[in-house]
Ligand binder design. Structure first.
Ligand code: MTE
Ligand code: MO
Length: 538
């Protein structure tokens, strides 16, 4: 049998690539294990992802949210892993030519991971350890596998060059490293879960006190119960989630503290959760909306929040709003993961139900929605008001400080714009002719909704029937019964807020302070089958 002269070279390449991939896998697994001594955010892929999120230009971020929706974080992690896999294969190819060069590249990746982890807000030196340990492990495995790949065949075997290797020995080594790494990774995950066990237990054992000021029951007519329309109160599990956290912070309620300080705070204070819960709590229904929501988009949810009125706490701390001569016009809320959100002092203290919320729909906040405490301010987009995993309120001025999103081309002040959405029929739906319930929601938090109108194919505006209002801070459902004639049609909706201002039809994008324009839905109404005068039957 003729030996393929290229075979040694080819098998050397394949083995190099395999060695690189296996070394990277081992490195990530060891990093996962070492993350147990650091924060979960310090795991290499998460740290690099977090840095990428912070560095991503706003336009690209908005594009990604539009493309991937709530799966944007998973898409980012997958992208990083794919890039890493390609780089690992190439590093392995390099390593079989020059081991020092391969190890140098591996070390460089470790340094990038460590730098990313250290660049995260609230980072400590420990956060560098997972990436460094991972790079060390990866280098060791690379060395081991490349040495094995280079080992000549046992004496007596036909010699076809130094690169001909003991294939079985290499394979066994690869298997052992993969198995060991998988084990290390699993143990790392277990340790990680163990690290947040206290937080999980603290949430499970948290008993929310009854509100001193309960919200009245949701009016019976608020929920129109139209098929295709979501419930008036959004269950927490269906509530949209928008944040930069690649791993959801799991805060231990017993260790939680809130610090209130800054300009014009004559009595700075630090509260723990027991002290916060001992205050008279208010209950209030508020619709939360995201500035990144496109017209017709899904980033809106309505919940019953339980929390401590924020204005009262600020008064106790000595804060006066600017209208009363207070020096600070901005509250910078900071979360445990370093996110900062800036809220106008005047808005929070103007009498509206601005809350330090602890409860959502009758239960403690879910971890994903800010456990143990978040802010909720009716009438403001989430990014300027709704800080989750809240840990600090610092009073300052808009002139002196730009919060996270403001540094990324979003407006410093962002009251919610009047919006309306058609939830049913769905776009491109094929409908039977006759009566069709067109329905959706409209919102203009803190101003309320006074009217919703629908039009077909640019014709006259027709008034929709509104669900009963549940105060001015929540959305309102609406329905309009359409006598649909066969053919393609375009439905459009517009709302009028509680001040009488009609929603603008001028289209604008989400940046810098929220999208405007009318939601339109194209549908097709089927022809009447077999009816005289209708379209021909089959
Ligand atoms: N700590 C923290 N809080 C945050 C954010 C964040 O990224 N980090 N995102 C804000 C944005 S942009 C919105 S729209 C709301 C969304 O709240 P939800 O995820 O509970 O719906 O949270 C706000 N609070
Ligand atoms: Mo948002």
């Amino acid at each position: 049998m003729e030996a393929d002269p290229n075979r040694p070279v080819r098998s050397r390449r394949v083995r190099g690539a395999v060695a690189g991939l296996v070394a990277a896998f081992a490195g990530l697994a060891v990093a996962q294990l070492v993350t147990a001594v650091a924060r979960p955010e310090a795991a290499p892929v998460t740290a690099v992802g977090g840095a990428a999120v912070d560095l991503t230009p706003t336009a690209v971020r908005e594009w990604a949210i539009g493309l991937f929706g709530s799966a944007d974080k998973a898409a980012l992690a997958l992208g990083i892993v794919l890039v890493l896999a390609v780089a690992a294969g190439l590093t392995g190819l390099l390593a079989v030519r020059s081991l020092p060069a391969g190890i140098a590249v591996t070390a460089a990746f470790g340094l990038v991971g460590a730098a990313a982890a250290l660049s995260r807000p609230e980072a400590s030196w420990r956060d560098a350890l997972p990436s460094l340990a991972g790079a060390l492990a990866s280098s060791g495995v690379l060395w081991l596998l490349v040495a094995a790949a280079r080992r000549p065949r046992p004496a007596g075997a036909p010699a076809d060059g130094a690169w001909t290797v003991d294939r079985r020995g290499f394979g066994r080594l690869v298997g052992a490293v993969v198995a060991g790494s998988a084990l290390a990774g699993l143990v790392g995950r277990r340790l990680g879960a163990h690290g947040s066990a206290g937080a999980t237990a603290s949430r499970a054992s948290l008993v929310l006190p009854p509100p001193a000021v309960p919200a009245p029951p949701v009016p019976a007519g608020a929920d129109l119960r139209v098929p295709g329309l979501g419930p008036f109160i959004t269950p927490a599990r269906d509530f949209y989630r928008v944040d930069t956290a690649l791993v959801v912070p799991r805060v231990d309620a017993d260790a939680w503290r809130l610090r209130i300080h800054g300009e014009g705070v004559s009595r700075p204070l630090t509260l723990d959760l027991r002290e916060l819960l001992a205050r008279p709590l208010g209950e209030h229904d508020v619709t939360l909306t995201c500035v990144s929501n496109e017209v017709g988009g899904p980033y809106a949810g309505n919940a019953r929040w339980l929390g401590a009125p924020l204005a009262e706490l600020l008064r106790e701390a000595g804060v006066r709003p600017p209208a009363e001569g207070g020096p600070a016009d901005q509250i910078v809320a900071r979360s445990v993961d370093g996110m900062t959100l800036g809220t106008p002092v005047e808005t929070v203290m103007d009498g509206r139900a601005a809350l330090l919320a602890v409860g959502m729909n009758g239960a403690p906040l879910p971890f994903a929605h800010g456990f143990p405490v978040r802010m909720v301010v009716p009438g403001l987009y989430g990014y300027v008001s709704a800080c989750k995993w809240l840990t600090e309120l610092r009073l300052t001025t808009f002139a002196a400080y730009d919060a996270y999103w403001v540094r990324r081309s979003w407006a410093a002040r962002a009251p919610v714009k009047t919006q309306s959405r058609i939830d049913t029929p769905r776009p491109y739906a094929g409908l039977a002719p006759g009566r069709v319930a067109v329905a959706g929601v409209a919102w203009a938090q803190h101003r309320g909704i006074s009217r919703v109108e629908v039009r077909v194919d640019g014709g006259p505006w027709r008034e929709a029937r509104l669900g009963t209002a549940d105060g001015a801070d929540t959305w309102r459902q609406w329905v309009w019964v359409w006598d649909a004639a066969p053919g393609p049609h375009t439905l459009e909706v517009r709302a009028t807020d509680g001040t009488g201002a009609v929603q603008t039809d001028v289209r604008s994008g989400t940046v810098p302070d929220g999208a405007t324009g009318l939601h339109r839905v194209d549908v097709r109404v089927k022809a009447l089958g077999g009816t005289p005068g209708g379209a021909p039957g089959p």
